[in-house]
Design a protein around this ligand. Structure first.
Ligand SMILES: C[S@@+](CC[C@H](N)C(=O)[O-])C[C@H]1O[C@@H](n2cnc3c(N)ncnc32)[C@H](O)[C@@H]1O
Length: 339
């Protein structure tokens, strides 16, 4: 019995076949999301016949799907009944407050986008190269960022010591999830979320019920072409640098430098590559494919290179912050530079 899907580096034809067909598992999960199967199961264990009636699906089809989801560890099989695991009951269940709906929609939509990867590899251009940015897309993407980052924002806010800081700029802050977590953890802090107007609309909606909303302000801008407003003790740059090319990032770091108070900190939060060849962690390498599909110049970068860019832009005391998670770089890692 094989329990592992992780057959890379590929060494045999069997390994190759396993990895080349991993889409079967992706597709099974996305079909479950499209059927809203996890919500239909909810907190109970349900017989397959009842589930099939409820979802108006063929019983054999649904059973094959559920067996696969159980083999993946998403469902628990008891005879011919299925229940949700705790993860699924909360984060994948529409009726739970922890539901990550907008992020799940983003992942589901990527299925179609990834079928066009060959075109992007050939052209080097994103899928929507000729289309202007749509406010509707930006709105759903911004909600997706919120549903992705809620817990990570709490983790970062607990980890970072911002007691000496009075002002923080969340640059490209999208829904403002991180800015709001910093406000909750630091009663003396004031934060500004800077982003495109359509993203800030979502941030304003989320902030409306936040207890510290009086200490939060918004700056609609394009940070590549507009000046940065004000001076800040901290600039928080989360999941931004992978959208841009190295030279653009160095330019942005220089611009941020001028917006920092003396001794102020630029904190970069992103997924970094960790090895000399730029291959691992493999999920960070895979994320570069998403950047190819959706950005003109984006990519994923090694922490070592990003630290070098910071020094080039004039920052001192450049370092990788350790201690937040298991891995010191890779996804959700932090690099700091000081003015
Ligand atoms: C991947 S999201 C990250 C959102 C948030 N910082 C987080 O970590 O969850 C990137 C954000 O940067 C914003 N952004 C990218 N380039 C920008 C630019 N040139 N001017 C303003 N905002 C920009 C996008 O609108 C989006 O909200």
């Amino acid at each position: 019995m094989t329990r592992s899907l992780g057959t890379y580096p590929i060494k045999s034809f069997d390994d190759f076949r396993n990895v080349a067909q991993l889409y079967q598992y992706s597709r099974a999960i996305l079909t479950a999301l499209e059927l809203d199967l996890f919500t239909a199961i909810g907190a109970r264990t349900r017989p397959i016949a009842a589930l099939a009636r409820r979802l108006r699906a063929d019983q054999r089809g649904l059973d094959i799907l559920c067996r696969n989801l159980a083999a993946l560890g998403l469902l628990v099989k008891r005879g011919s009944s299925y229940g949700n695991t705790p993860l699924v009951r909360t984060e994948l269940n529409r009726r739970s407050p922890a539901y990550r709906g907008a992020y799940l929609d983003l992942i589901t939509n990527h299925w179609h986008d990834f079928t066009q990867l060959t075109d992007s590899v050939r052209s080097g251009k994103p899928l929507d190269a000729d289309e202007p940015e749509s406010p509707v897309w930006r709105r759903s993407f911004t909600w997706a960022m919120h549903h992705r980052s809620r817990e990570q924002a709490q983790t970062v806010a607990r980890f970072l010591d911002l007691r000496r800081a009075r002002t923080l700029l969340d640059l490209g802050g999208g829904p403002g999830t991180y800015a709001m977590a910093f406000l909750s953890a630091n009663p003396a802090l004031r934060t500004t979320v800077a982003d495109r107007p359509a993203a800030l609309k979502v941030a304003r909606e989320i902030a409306a019920t936040h207890p510290a909303k009086a200490r939060l302000s918004f700056a609609p801008l394009d940070f590549m072409s507009d000046p940065l407003p004000g001076n800040y003790d901290v600039v928080w740059l989360s999941n931004i640098i992978h959208i841009y090319a190295p030279a653009q990032n160095v330019g942005l770091f220089r611009k941020i430098y001028k917006a920092l108070t003396p001794g102020g900190r630029l904190l970069i939060h992103d997924a970094f590559l960790t090895d000399r060849q730029g291959l691992y962690p493999i999920d960070t390498t895979a994320f570069a494919l998403t950047m190819l599909l959706f950005t003109d110049t984006g990519n994923t970068y090694a922490s070592r290179d990003v630290m070098r860019w910071l020094r080039k832009a004039g920052y001192r005391h450049v370092r990788l912050l350790t201690g937040m998670g298991k891995r010191k770089d890779g996804e959700n890692a932090l690099i700091e530079g000081r003015r």
